[in-house]
Design a protein around this ligand. Structure first.
Ligand code: SF4
Length: 656
């Protein structure tokens, strides 16, 4: 049975009448995204036609989700809200604080030792306030959500940018900061600028080496990292219906990389199959009666240009695999152009590591397609040239993949099976044997590849591609390997051409699992005491910021003028800093250390306007604070965008 099925049935019971009212009000057919937005208005009596891209609107999301890095601050805030329980179903997932190094067993043990204080805190707060808790090792937040909680027609917010993954199961799911999440957890409305809409029409069917990942790599190349800002990307067309549900999740997931508010697919048979396979037939039954409301009106599909602000068309029949990067996910290169491009750009083509996983590409289908390439290598005695690491998306996926012999194939290629967690994707990776400065290349199936993201080395060129392409490139050890035309050489010296990948959309013997890592909260958690050690380096009770005194700031000094992208990743970096996410004073020592100073193009090297000396940003700011000198920061592209906005804002706040 699905979690919170009564909540879902309740949403469905009211959805049709709300959509009917909205259609009448707007006076035209509605897109699917609009149907969900209008049926989740906080004030149901409102009869306003909202202007896309202009009006701020209050919504009532159906659920909230948090990952361990952002949950700490969100829950510290919720504890101050004076509530006994969360107002809407909420979950916490421990996936960011697990360092990938030796392999799942040792790494998980180590994480449970190093971060036990944080995990215990999150679990006890979850138990107290009725929040579902997913233990370390249970899986990556967005795969666990897709497998257990996402439902067509629903609205969810989450304290992570890739919450948008749930659009693959027909949900408007949006990444927010912790304060937004806390509002909804406390029973308050959540405000969003009514998004504009880009319709993405997919025609045809994927074939050969092309995968769902290539759809979004192509879209990223078209829209760039800024082109989706303020938009919902709504996919439709026969090509959309031909994709698997987890493939749709991959596409929606990486919509965050073009800045989109979220991405969404309409309810279809692939979603039905996925819901049934993950034991949620009750949602399929409930959705049966409102199927027409779980997709755009037919007129929208007939004349999409009349209803969307922009239209993009992609023919899946002719789509070929892409490799995006380095340093930005929108630098799209079709695989057959990589040889020339890598040469002209001077990218290192020797691939040191291939990494498969992250919330983007860690489904059973992803692993099975990559494994089909691994099997060919083993059958034909081809030795893998790069190191290989795998992060399965959830314990359910890992357990089933192990049962079905998929993990065994990876292990025979001497890959490291890391924990079902984010690992290298969020910089939680102890990349052994590297001096952390050398110019080198890695290739992965993650969504982000900004400088330093995976291993902290600014000279690591990280490339993004599908799991099956990661496997093929890792086998060859060359970035410019094109599996459609190039040979591999077996240990016997034979030339081998790889067959295109094959995989199972869903496990033919169903999913299986012994312990999925879920901890159900008690019905009444009022007796549970939350204790935080006052000397803790990891957790700190929040104190209110002083309110603004109403006076303008004069004679402020410039702390930093950023150059280029200045997202929350640049303002409050992840990696080793994640351990301080529950301790505001300690984490503020990472403030803006990833931003490039536009005066000298260096990171974390700014001029102290009083002493004339150059130094790290946080240290310089602490000097100003101590001397009661006001400062300003000038941002640049994508300023403050990203899932760490809570910390990005508070870092600056506490150093003021
Ligand atoms: S993008 Fe990476 S770090 Fe973020 S949730 Fe997904 S796997 Fe984790």
């Amino acid at each position: 049975m699905a979690f919170d099925i009564d909540v879902i049935r309740n949403v469905y019971a009211k959805m049709s009448s709300k959509i009917k009212k909205a259609r009448k009000l707007v006076g035209r057919p509605l897109t699917y995204a609009e149907k969900i937005l209008y049926s989740h208005l906080w004030d149901e009596s409102i009869d306003t036609i909202f202007k896309r891209g202009e009006d701020y609107v209050d919504f009532g999301p159906d659920r909230v989700t948090c990952q361990d890095a952002t949950a700490q601050m969100a829950l510290l805030q919720f504890m101050q809200a004076g509530k006994d329980k969360v107002a809407v179903p909420t979950t916490v997932h421990c996936d960011h604080l697990i360092l990938a190094q030796s392999g799942a067993q040792k790494d998980l043990k180590n994480a449970n030792k190093v971060s036990s204080e944080v995990f215990n805190f999150l679990e006890s707060v979850s138990r107290k306030y009725g929040i579902g808790f997913w233990k370390p090792g249970a899986g990556i937040i967005h795969q666990v959500i897709l497998e257990n909680y996402a439902f067509p027609g629903g609205m969810m917010i989450g304290t992570d940018s890739h919450t948008v993954n749930a659009g693959g199961l027909g949900m408007v799911a949006i990444g927010v900061g912790g304060a937004d999440a806390v509002d909804v957890m406390a029973g308050m409305p959540w405000e969003l600028k009514f998004p504009k809409l880009i319709g993405i029409k997919l025609t045809g069917k994927l074939n050969g080496w092309a995968s769902a990942k290539d759809v979004i790599l192509k879209v990223a190349g078209i829209l760039t990292v800024k082109g989706g800002t303020g938009y919902i990307l709504e996919y439709f067309g026969d090509g959309a219906e031909s994709l698997s549900c987890t493939g749709k999740g991959t596409i929606c997931n990486m919509g965050a990389e073009v800045g989109a508010t979220t991405s969404i697919f309409a309810y279809d048979e692939s979603m039905e199959r996925y819901l049934k396979s993950t034991e949620r037939e009750d949602i399929v039954m409930a959705a049966q009666n409102i199927k027409e409301d779980l997709r755009a009106d037919p007129e929208v599909y007939d004349n999409p240009e009349k209803y969307f602000d922009e239209i993009i068309e992609i023919d899946l029949n002719t789509l070929t695999p892409h490799i995006n990067g380095p340093f930005t996910p929108d630098l799209a290169t079709p695989v057959n152009e990589m040889k020339a491009k890598a040469k002209s750009e001077g990218w290192p083509t020797d691939i040191k590591w291939g990494l498969i996983g992250s919330c983007t590409n860690s489904s059973y289908e992803d692993l099975s397609r990559a494994a089909s390439i691994a099997k060919q290598a083993l059958d034909k005695n081809i030795k893998i040239k790069s190191k290989l690491g795998i992060n399965p998306g959830s314990e359910q996926v890992r357990y089933t993949a192990e049962r079905d012999g998929i993990i065994d194939l990876f292990e025979k290629l001497e890959s490291k099976i890391f924990t079902n967690a984010c690992g290298p994707c969020i910089g939680q990776w102890n990349r052994e044997g590297e001096n952390n400065t050398e110019k080198n290349s890695i290739i992965h199936s993650f969504n982000r590849n900004f400088a330093k993201r995976a291993d902290g080395n600014p000279n690591t060129h990280a490339f993004v591609t599908s799991p099956e392409m990661v496997m093929a490139v890792a086998l060859s050890g060359n970035l410019d390997f094109n599996p459609m035309t190039d040979n591999l050489i077996s240990e016997e010296g034979n030339k081998v051409v790889l067959d295109p990948p094959i995989g199972d959309e869903l496990p033919s013997n169903g999913f299986d699992c012994e312990d999925n890592g879920y901890v159900e909260p008690p019905i009444d958690g009022s007796d549970i005491q939350i204790k935080i050690d006052p000397d803790s380096k990891r957790l700190q009770i929040l104190e209110a910021f002083s309110p603004w005194d109403g006076k303008n700031i004069n004679n402020a000094k410039l702390l930093i003028k950023a150059h280029g992208k200045c997202t929350t990743d640049h303002i409050s970096m992840a990696g080793p800093w994640l351990r301080f996410r529950g301790h505001l004073d300690n984490i503020s020592d990472n403030c803006l250390i990833g931003a490039v100073n536009s005066f000298n193009m260096k990171t974390n090297f700014v001029k102290n306007q009083i002493t004339g000396e150059y130094g790290p940003v946080p240290e310089t700011q602490r000097f100003y604070k101590k001397n009661k000198i006001d400062t300003v920061v000038i941002g640049d592209h994508n300023y403050g965008e990203g899932s760490s906005r809570e910390h990005a804002a508070m870092d600056l706040g506490i150093l003021e």
